[in-house]
Design a protein around this ligand. Sequence first.
Ligand code: DGJ
Length: 735
Amino acid sequence: MRRTQKTLVIPVCLTLASLLSMAAKTYAQTVTIPVETQNNALVLQTDADKNLKMVYFGTKLTNTGEYAQILPMYKQADDSGILNSAYTPSGSANLAEPAITVTHADGNKSLNLVYVSHQVTKIDDDVTLLTVKLKDPAYPFEVTLYYKTYFKEDVTEQWSVIKHNEKGIVTLNKFASANLNLKGNGFWLKQYHGNWAEEMQPEEARLTHGIKTLDSKLGTRANLYEPSMFMVSMDKPATEDEGKVMLGSLEWSGNFKIDLELDVANNLRVIAGINNAASEYHLKPAEEFTTPAFVYTYSDHGKGDASRKLQRWARKYKIVDGQGERLTLLNNWETTYFDFNESKLAQLLKDTKKLGVDMFLLDDGWFGNSHPRNGDNAGLGDWQENKQKLPNGISSLVKEAQANGVKFGIWIEPEMVNPASDLYVKHPDWVIKQPNRPEKYFRNQLVLDLSNPQVQDFVYGVVDNLFTKNPDLAYIKWDCNAVIYNAYSSYLKKDQSHLYVDYVKGLYKVLERVRAKYPKVPLMLCSGGGGRVDYGALKYFTEFWPSDNTEPLERVFLQWEYSYFYPAITSSNHVTDWGKQPIKFRVDVAMMGKLGFDIVVSKLSEQDLNYVHDALKSYDYLKEAIWHGDQYRLQSPWDNDAASIMYVNDAKSKAVVFNYLVNNRYGAGTKVPIVLKGLDPQKKYSVKEINVYPGTNSSLGKDLTFTGNFLMTVGINPDVNSGRASVVLQLDEVK
Ligand code: DGJ
């Protein structure tokens, strides 16, 4: 957003004097508020009745003054007069899907919201916050809309704050974060569905009239069947480099609801927020209800450009230490499952060193004594070291790791409890379950009630105790494997409908405390795979676990789709024994993010181990480009024999191109060159194949040098075929 005002905070009220002093263009009684970023604009405008409308969303205009003239250009039917409301109320003129529905203290269900004032606060050179105050003329009820814009990144976070001063409790029946109105000649929605080990399955289709809803009612692990990430193309389906497209997702780790309504006037209304299903919220006078942010970006240059904007924003502003370093690691989940003891771990610590990674990550199974965690049916909640497996505790393992020259990290799942645990017996009231119904388990476990401050203290304590007792603990993997069945909180008593919302707020309170005390320690966000990947949680984490599915061919597709919304530095990619591909293919795929391993190191042949050592060196050299550079999806795995993905560092002096065969049919491979992107056309680049398996030779030849212009016009053929199923190219500027 760029405004011409010089002052830091600019309050604007509907008085003549202030109207005249506003940079926002006003016409008679109307106020026009352009919310601009480097390339884009969202324009709000009041009508003669002070209804606030969203009149434009797209490429920004050169002349800001002309925003006020956009609306008259449209001659679309709108009997209600507020079809394009910036935050659609219900129970008055609006008969479309509302952003907000309330029951006033007197039982009346109507709401109207009119513009009162707006204020622009410049937070720094890049970030600006616009707030727009709306109120109901008939009730002391108000909503403030927040638009936080990141100018260079072309990203906006939007949310609302709701409050009232009525004589009694007001019930919020629906309370969206954002309500956008898009104009276009047709809209195409790209959405995702999935399940365990099948995350991020894409579907794209033209939206027809009526409402398409993306939602979750799972409570925790909310993304298991469907995440809140989506894209909408306008006019035609956008490609990587062409077309108008918006990417959005809700920064919320619980139930969400995104309504996409192609309305009577052929505009698309996007209403995104917490799912109101079974979640009406009772608001006391003067209390504020703050909705989570809906984050979105827009590009008129296709999905690739939009995704790079979101990735840059995430690295700079959202994830923990987005511009920092990450640890490579060896994890033991798939090599031991629950079956380990100190001597096995001692060997694994040696293996960590032998493999050449930074850290050993001890997974599930290290805790529980009266109910030892020897399987997934016991122990959750009892976070004491299992005395049989680990008689000398975690601290001796941390020391042993250090003696081996590696760091030590540990797995926890602190929000959960097995009925077979001391915690369950001691605190039945801490468990989410219906008092009069049989318990229903997901992976033999139940969810602790994080709406309860005592439970928040307990969960915080699990983390804090680990770090207090083991100050050198280097990493935590935070898992969350169950959904909420039989939602009921002993703590919330009469406010049962607050549970889904207060659970997530409770979780964030815990994570706030963790981050206040341990600001930089790496935390992995895991949820039985990618059941909880969202920017609400990622604000507290350095990385996430995309899926338990580490089959490398599947991963090419899965990582491809995640990358539209999340930067590579956040994607924990582990080399495992899933799939039949050789170690080279598996490592090459895992290198496109935060590299880790979960393999039996002793089973690697000498050549395999040499290959890994070599690949780790390349990774160390290229991680700057992979973690902090720009990503270009060159060739999709969905409709080509070979997928091709490229990362370029900021200086455009270093790049890496990963190419994988994704089709097993006879003769499948790269027949024509792959056109590279993101380079400097003027620069010269040496191109060499790296990660070449010991004893084999690259078919590409040596001393290859091309200009950026050539590589981005003609391209280069990595010669992917059944004998060369994975080919990695390193590019270096030649001075
Ligand atoms: C689910 C995770 O996705 C796995 O990586 C592993 O940590 C298991 N939980 C442990 O129970």
